[in-house]
Design a protein around this ligand. Structure first.
Ligand code: NAD
Ligand code: UDP
Ligand code: UDP
Length: 343
């Protein structure tokens, strides 16, 4: 039994039950699916740093082993190449289920695979959670609100989603994943948590991930025009990755199922975002307009009062503070890339 070491260290006091000796915190065994991806590796770093055992399960579709190299050789870390669409047997206390491509470019690349990952992948992880009595956290998305008719979006809003469009594999996939999560909770008593994540950015995103912040930052550093899709008046609200990871852990450790919006309410049009990137990287940066993609939501901004009240969580890092942290990392990587090419 994994926690024997800790269990042996409990002392007993009459009337107050078991009191853990030492720092007073049990060491958890945790699975992070999609742990080699952008959000995953920040989460894994945080869990390892606080002393947990972490198993990453990833098929490396959008994730990279490079992201986790610093943990190789750490006895508390394990990396398994596995596709969550297939069943898996593991023994853990908690499951953070992140596996799923998040950038529209990636999730549209093979839409049937995206649906399978969201539906069969989530089913397998819930089946695993049920069998071993683990706590299960789903990383759902603000996309469940679709092209929202309510603004900002509260968790009570049921959304406005096209079921047959090019984004549906992701939006409807995540909606089904939420349904499965609630049905395993109600039907099988699995302890579950649901996070609805809003647009997140930060260091170590793929340089050509296709999402707007990474695109603009890479383009501005490479002295290419920033590609604004459509008229650029659509809005998004951008959250720095460490704020998100704090929120995910608070949600897992807290008492509430959710769903909880995890996002930064600071709302920007894409033209305003381009302006902030320009101020941060290069005052001479330019933009160019490109045709927009189908079904692009016109606006998006989280109402986070529920997470503030029940999880005592709110984001700390504004776009203007977070962007420079990302830019340093992107500059270094783009520089290395150029040197690699002999430029
Ligand atoms: P990402 O694409 O960088 O990482 C996803 C990870 O999942 C990758 O390592 C990928 O290889 C892995 N993966 C994909 N399909 C898999 C499969 N079938 N089996 C095993 N592994 C698989 O994305 P991210 O930004 O880190 O997002 C993580 C999670 O958060 C996703 O579930 C995403 O839907 C959700 N989310 C992210 C954002 C955001 O802005 N980053 C917003 C909303 C929701
Ligand atoms: N599953 C898994 N690991 C486990 C337990 C279950 O991958 O440790 C998978 C299982 O193969 C099934 C899914 O999770 O495809 C749902 O499992 P559950 O037991 O809830 O349903 P059933 O097997 O009865 O369909
Ligand atoms: N977008 C853009 N230029 C880009 C990439 C995206 O103007 O190079 C726009 C896109 O049309 C959308 C917004 O930025 O309105 C956010 O897109 P992203 O792909 O980052 O995430 P989404 O919120 O659509 O999942």
């Amino acid at each position: 039994e994994h926690n024997l070491g800790t269990r042996n260290n409990y002392r007993y006091a009459s009337g107050v039950g078991r009191i853990p000796v030492g720092i007073g915190r049990k060491r958890n065994r945790i699975v992070v699916t999609g742990g080699a991806g952008f959000v995953g590796f920040d989460l894994v770093d945080k869990l390892i740093a606080r002393g947990d055992d972490v198993i990453v399960v990833d098929n490396f579709f959008t994730g990279r082993k490079d992201n986790l190299v610093h943990l190789f050789g750490n006895p508390r870390f394990e990396l398994i190449r596995h596709d969550v669409v297939e069943p898996i047997l593991l023994e853990v206390d908690q499951i953070y289920h992140l596996a799923c491509p998040a950038s529209p470019v990636h999730y549209k690349y093979n839409p049937v695979k995206t649906i399978k990952t969201n539906v069969m992948g989530t089913l397998n992880m819930l089946g695993l959670a049920k069998r071993i009595g683990a706590k299960f956290l789903l990383t759902s998305t603000s996309e469940v609100y679709g092209d929202p008719l309510e603004h900002p979006q509260k968790e009570t809003y049921w959304g406005h989603v096209n079921p047959i469009g090019v984004r549906s594999c992701y939006d409807e996939g995540k909606r089904t994943a939420e349904t499965l999560t609630m049905d395993y909770h109600r039907g099988a008593g699995v302890e579950v948590r649901i996070a609805r994540i809003f647009n997140t950015y930060g260091p170590r995103m793929c340089l050509d991930d296709g999402r707007v912040v990474s695109n603009f930052v890479s383009q501005a550093i490479r002295k290419q025009p920033m590609s604004v899709y459509g008229d650029g008046k659509q809005t998004r609200s951008f959250q720095y990755v460490s704020d998100l990871v704090d929120g995910l852990v608070a949600l897992m450790e807290g008492e509430h199922v959710g769903p909880f919006n995890l996002g930064n309410p600071g709302e920007f049009t894409m033209l305003e975002l381009a302006e902030v990137v320009k101020e941060t990287i290069d005052p001479s940066a330019t933009i160019e307009f490109k045709p927009n993609t189908d079904d692009d939501p016109h606006k998006r901004k989280p109402d986070i009062s529920k997470a503030k009240e029940l999880l005592n969580w709110e984001p700390k890092i504004s776009l203007r503070e977070g962007l420079p942290l990302m830019v340093n990392d992107f500059r270094n990587r783009i520089l290395n890339e150029d040197e690699g090419k002999g430029n």
